[in-house]
Design a protein around this ligand. Structure first.
Ligand SMILES: [Zn+2]
Length: 323
């Protein structure tokens, strides 16, 4: 059996027994991640050891409450809204890196363990997909993740998770903290496509898995579910030619895990101009908003057209550059 599969099994065995109902999810999921990031094996092992993983049947907000993790402000109402597309919110994760304001009114870093929660009521294929999706977020959320800056008397701190950056600003003489997030949906699109590639690697193991309970788990997964991941469908559809561009993808795959966004931004901007990646990413946010809330098909079409233009221009320039 492939070495990376055995590495995944040994890692999972440190925390779970084969009797655990989600043993197959962990082994296959960690196999996918180890295979995707072969140069970061020890980092992935450490991350799995310290991540609190909770798979429980029921609403994520209830699971948070039950485990006293309700400091994360997800309430039932919000969860139902997030899961507007019929089902329930399948999973959620937190990098464990937060900020707090100290007594002298400055930002400080607070560290906890990364946390991954999956709703165990999901069908097996969604369980596996969600576990990998959230762990993949965690893999990309740990290095170069926290920064404090002071400019013109205004202190700000930024927390990075994959491509996504949240910036918090504190104004003197005010208790308000402003929050701005960038690259949110872009990061989700990247994460979703990476997840589906890991799933393909896992499916290639079908029939040769030496651990019966793991093979049984894979047998219980509905393959069609893997093919149509319901998350971010419109965004994925229109960005796919970019996400499948080998030049762009190697930049993303190599840099997000080590927390370097600059090479990605600079590459994009060298082809499409200053600020282009941010503009492109804002369009994705708008499209996702449109899909989730108002679903105005005319507006959606216009946004998709704009996004496709960026994708096409980037691809043309990057293939020309490679020649
Ligand atoms: Zn996500």
């Amino acid at each position: 059996m492939e070495e990376q599969f055995m590495q995944a099994k040994q890692l999972v065995d440190e925390k779970y027994s084969e009797e655990d109902p989600y043993y197959g999810v962990y082994v296959l999921g960690m196999y996918g991640l180890i295979r995707k990031y072969p140069h970061h094996l020890s980092f992935i092992q450490k991350l799995f050891r310290k991540t609190t993983i909770i798979i429980e049947k029921g609403l994520i907000s209830k699971t948070l409450q039950k485990h006293n993790l309700s400091f994360q402000d997800l309430d039932e109402e919000e969860e139902r809204q997030l899961a507007a597309n019929g089902g329930s919110l399948p999973a959620i994760s937190y990098s464990g890196i937060f900020y707090f304001i100290d007594r002298s009114n400055h930002f400080k870093r607070a560290d906890g363990n990364p946390l991954v929660i999956v709703n165990g009521l999901c069908p097996p294929s969604f369980l596996l997909n969600s576990f990998i999706h959230e762990m993949n977020h965690m893999v990309k959320s740990q290095k170069h993740a926290f920064q404090i800056e002071k400019k013109a008397g205004i202190e700000s701190c930024s927390i990075r998770n994959g491509m996504e950056v949240s910036i918090y600003e504190m104004y003197p003489d005010s208790d308000d903290i402003d929050e701005m997030t960038s690259y949110n949906i872009f990061d989700e699109a990247i994460n979703t496509i990476q997840t589906s590639e890991m799933i393909q690697d896992i499916l290639a193991l079908d029939g040769i898995i030496p651990i019966p309970c793991v093979q049984e788990f894979l047998d219980s997964c509905d393959r069609e579910d893997f093919e149509d991941d319901p998350m971010y469908q419109d965004v994925i559809e229109v960005t796919l030619p970019l996400l499948k561009n080998p030049h762009f993808r190697s930049l993303v795959d190599e840099n997000l895990i080590i927390g370097h966004l600059k090479p990605i931004e600079e590459d994009f901007e060298s082809k499409l101009g200053k600020g282009s990646l941010m503009n492109f990413s804002d369009l994705l946010d708008e499209l996702e908003d449109e899909c989730s809330y108002s679903n105005d098909s005319k507006r959606k079409k216009a946004l998709k057209k704009q996004i496709a233009k960026y994708v096409q221009a980037y691809n043309e320039k990057s293939y020309a550059y490679q020649k």
